[in-house]
Design a protein around this ligand. Structure first.
Ligand code: NDP
Length: 449
């Protein structure tokens, strides 16, 4: 890194958070693209702009005791990171997954600040969750866990304070239990305190589809700007959860042939095209493993995950990582490039590690960065908050149109910033620069806080 101030801050972050590799990775990924912006603003050093951007405003960690179906008390750890509220109430999902720890929470909350800035909606950055594993738990156990989690979380959130939503392991069912417990404790119908709610009690149409659809809207714009289209392309989508399913749906609607999807156990390869209704039945209804797909499509094959996801070995034009962080490393990136991949769209948060990002960019692969490309979910969450405030609802088409406009605008911001700084089609840097400028400007306006 050529800028001494940037280098110092990054070194300090690495030292101070040496046991938080994902957080350090996320900070490194952003700071390493900001050199020219920081060169332009030497005054930022005096007001410790970067030191403040990389330090959460607040982080709470708490005990979550709950009783399982056998009557045994279990204890998990809960988190909420309120990273930066300069643009609006903290906003970001809750993740329930055994891998959750402080590093993962902080990386997600940090990324969320930039993503939310790009939506141009008034929302700050936060994230939360627990190391609770919802897999294999009964409905009653999920409810008791969510209630206990909310017993503490309710002290820290509010429609104008901090508004959580879903993420890995937290869908409409969990949001329902969390909202019920919040309402019970607070004795107030504060619909805007959580998003991703059921449609019958304040949820927004198109929220469920928003992250996946938004990813494809961004991809459409990115390809268009480079003289290409989605139509007729072969696509792989990792994961088979909320983001993956609706990315697949919109890509198919645009005429792509989606040939692969996965879960944490393995991937299916369906050369004639994924039958999405089957995936929805297996994942959204039955909550089973993706391998079950073989029962419904005799031409499909299944590959077990061993040391790294097999899905990236499949030849495609467009790869959409929509499962989890660091799912594409350099080796996987090399396989994708060798097989002629033309574009990668990050549906998951930080799915591509730094070496893989650099490899894609240096091989002229168009890369749609997560902060920009998967912002459709949080943007639609903000639209849900707007509808809750108005005590009104918009139709599916109305929300979807707004989402499309927001995603198109996000792409334009990334493109403009990349052009302004002579970075060509490096939309990774474009996204970071566009978001950082907005955050820094607001932080300067609000003084040293
Ligand atoms: P879901 O829980 O609905 O689905 C996650 C999917 O990814 C599942 O298929 C899961 O498989 C797979 N997966 C999870 N962890 C791993 C792992 N360690 N290795 C391999 N596969 C894994 O989550 P979402 O679809 O909501 O979220 C997916 C990603 O998108 C996350 O990075 C999330 O932060 C990001 N995101 C989500 C948004 C949203 O609106 N939901 C908004 C913006 C970003 P299995 O069932 O086997 O665990």
């Amino acid at each position: 890194m050529g800028n001494a101030y940037l280098e110092k801050v990054l070194n300090d972050v690495s030292k101070k958070n040496s046991n938080e590799p994902e957080f350090v990775q996320a900070v490194d990924e952003v700071l390493s693209t900001l050199e020219k912006v920081i060169d332009k603003h030497p005054e930022y050093q005096k007001i410790a702009m970067l030191e403040r951007v990389v330090e959460p405003e607040r982080l709470v960690s708490f005990r979550v005791p709950w009783v399982d179906d056998k009557g045994q008390v279990q204890v998990n750890r809960g988190y909420r990171v309120q990273f930066n509220g300069v643009l609006g109430p903290y906003k970001g999902g809750l993740r329930f997954h055994p891998s959750v720890n402080q590093s993962i929470m902080k990386f997600l909350a940090f990324e969320q600040i930039f993503k939310n800035a790009l939506t141009c909606l008034p929302i700050g950055g936060g994230k939360g969750g627990s190391d609770f594993d919802p897999k294999g738990k009964s409905d009653d156990e999920i409810m008791r866990f969510c209630q206990s989690f909310m017993n503490e979380l309710q002290r820290h959130i509010g429609a104008d304070v901090d508004v959580p939503a879903g993420d890995i392991g937290v869908g409409a069912r969990e949001i329902g239990y969390l909202f019920g417990q919040y309402r019970k404790i607070k004795n107030i119908y504060e619909a805007g305190v959580l998003t991703g709610k059921g449609l019958d009690y304040g949820g927004s149409l198109a929220r469920k589809e928003a992250t996946g659809y938004g990813l494809i809207y961004f991809m459409r714009e990115m390809l268009k700007a480079n003289g290409r289209t989605i139509k007729g392309k072969t696509v792989s989508v990792s994961g088979s959860g909320n983001v993956a399913i609706y990315a697949c749906e919109k890509a198919q609607e645009y005429g792509a042939n989606v040939v692969a999807m996965s879960d944490s156990n393995g991937c299916i390869y369906a050369p004639n095209g994924i039958k999405l209704d089957v995936v929805k039945e297996i994942k959204e209804e039955q909550r089973l493993r993706i391998k079950e797909y073989l029962k419904y499509d005799s031409s499909a094959q299944y590959f077990e995950t061993t040391d790294r996801p097999k899905i990236w070995e499949i030849k495609v034009d467009i790869a959409l990582p929509c499962a989890t962080q660091n799912e594409i490393d350099l080796e996987s990136a090399k396989k994708l490039v060798a097989n002629g991949v033309m574009a990668v769209g990050e549906g998951a948060n930080m799915p591509t590690n730094k070496e893989a990002i650099e490899y894609f960019l240096s091989n002229n692969v168009l890369l749609a960065p997560a902060k920009a490309a998967n912002a459709g979910g949080v943007a639609t969450s903000a639209l849900e908050m707007s509808q809750n405030s108005m005590r009104y609802f918009w139709t599916f088409d109305e929300v979807n149109e707004k989402l499309d406009r927001i995603m198109t605008n996000i792409f334009e911001q990334c493109q403009k910033a990349a052009q302004e700084y002579g970075l060509g089609t490096n939309y990774v840097a474009g996204a970071n620069i566009a978001a950082f400028r907005k955050i820094a400007k607001a932080m300067r306006s609000q003084g040293i806080i």
